[in-house]
Design a protein around this ligand. Structure first.
Ligand code: VAL
Length: 383
């Protein structure tokens, strides 16, 4: 046998061995609000996942297996989130489900995943109590309880805030949880509240509440809102001549604020572990790749979804998948808590939380929030 021939025999033998190793697809569900008032968040989330899955698969997937995302629109409605979770878990038989976008929907849909022993992983849910549903529930979104005290503290220090008015949505799990945590943070810092006003999802006229607020002459307005209502609140406040800082929760950390409030969007204070101004190598790479793919700048929702898929693929690298769904879902659940990962949103790890009875339940994110203020249609880090 001449040398050229023997080489090609070796090559054919190697090919045969590789095809024996049977690369399989890892099917992962994504439930996101792609339409409706929360669509701004959900589309950024979908983009983050799609960028991450392309990168991970291009780099060889998970131990040679390709990740396939099955993305469904839950419309930001809890009934739809329940339907989508059921479809993904029982019909499509995905390994795990990311989402849904809103805490309001997660509180309704995650019990289905918990009962079906299927990991559910929120990338944007920041209300209290989501992960106390059970030990199959994870999130990498930092909660209002962790972020709001830091945001308030910074506004007090930098902007000299001494008394505030509070405005919140009282019919949504996230906006109510934001209110509870704002209230606690204000009490801890001994900041008096001049008045507390409410609104409901879908409201468009906030003049009555803001007129009352203006009469109490606060140094800032504390606002727990989703951006669909929060954007118009900012416009209405400035139109009434209320120029004080507006201190928002996670829902107000979205570039949609700039589309809705335009030149009335300055002086909004928010906190998040992710900032476009954070120039770590992982974040710089993420922002460049996102811009190249979508021709638009990413936001925190895209960054958190992007990191979340890397967190799961890190866990999966240590799991031997068997193609027995129940065993594989459990193995992923068992592997996730130990993952430590540094991505676009910085250093990340999980911490286990307790359920209402005090028993160990799901897992929250441990990350440090950065406080930012809007200026000229951008979120600028407040040092
Ligand atoms: N963080 C919010 C929630 O948990 C929104 C903004 C996604 O509902």
């Amino acid at each position: 046998m001449n040398r050229a021939l023997s080489r090609s025999v070796v090559a054919i033998a190697a090919l045969g061995a590789a095809s024996f190793a049977q690369a399989a697809d890892i099917k992962i569900g994504v439930a996101a609000a792609l339409t409706g008032g929360a669509g701004q968040y959900g589309n950024a989330i979908r983009n983050g996942f799609q960028l991450a899955v392309e990168e991970i698969n291009a780099a060889g997937g998970v131990n040679g297996d390709k990740i396939v995302l099955q993305i469904e629109d839950e419309q930001g409605k809890k009934e739809e989130a329940i339907n989508v979770f059921k479809k993904l878990i029982f019909q499509d038989r995905v390994l795990m489900v990311f989402g849904p976008t809103l805490s309001n929907s997660a509180q309704a849909a995650h019990p289905i995943a918990q009962a079906a022993k299927t990991p559910a992983f929120g990338t944007s849910n920041t209300a209290d109590g989501i992960t106390s549903i059970g030990n199959f529930v994870f999130r990498n979104s930092v909660t209002e309880a962790d972020v709001l005290p830091a945001t308030i503290k910074k506004a007090v220090e930098v902007a000299g805030v001494k008394k505030v008015a509070v405005l919140y949505g009282n019919d949504d799990v996230f906006t109510k949880s934001g209110y509870d945590n704002f209230k606690k943070a204000l009490e801890d810092l001994k900041i008096p509240v001049t008045t507390t006003e409410t609104f409901a999802k879908g409201d468009v006229d906030f003049k009555a509440q803001l007129t009352k607020i203006k009469a109490t002459n606060p140094d800032a307005i504390v606002l727990s809102a989703l951006v669909a209502e929060g954007g118009p609140v900012m416009v209405a406040a400035r139109q009434l001549g209320i120029e004080v800082p507006i201190i928002g929760g996670n829902g107000m950390n979205s570039p949609r604020v700039f589309e809705l409030a335009k030149d009335r969007s300055d002086n909004l204070w928010v906190g998040s572990p992710w900032s476009s101004n954070n120039d770590t190598p992982a974040n710089t790479k993420f922002i460049a790749a996102y811009k190249a793919k979508y021709n638009a700048a990413p936001d925190q929702f895209a960054a958190q979804a992007y990191d979340a898929l890397y967190i799961v693929s890190t866990a999966l690298k240590g799991v031997k998948l068997t193609n027995k769904l129940e065993a594989d879902r459990l193995a992923l659940r068992d592997a996730l808590p130990a993952v430590k990962y540094t991505g676009a949103t910085g250093a990340f790890q999980f911490a286990q939380v307790k359920d209402k009875a005090g028993k160990p339940a799901g897992y929250d994110a441990v990350q440090t929030p950065i406080v930012m203020v809007t200026r000229g249609n951008a979120y600028v880090i407040q040092k």
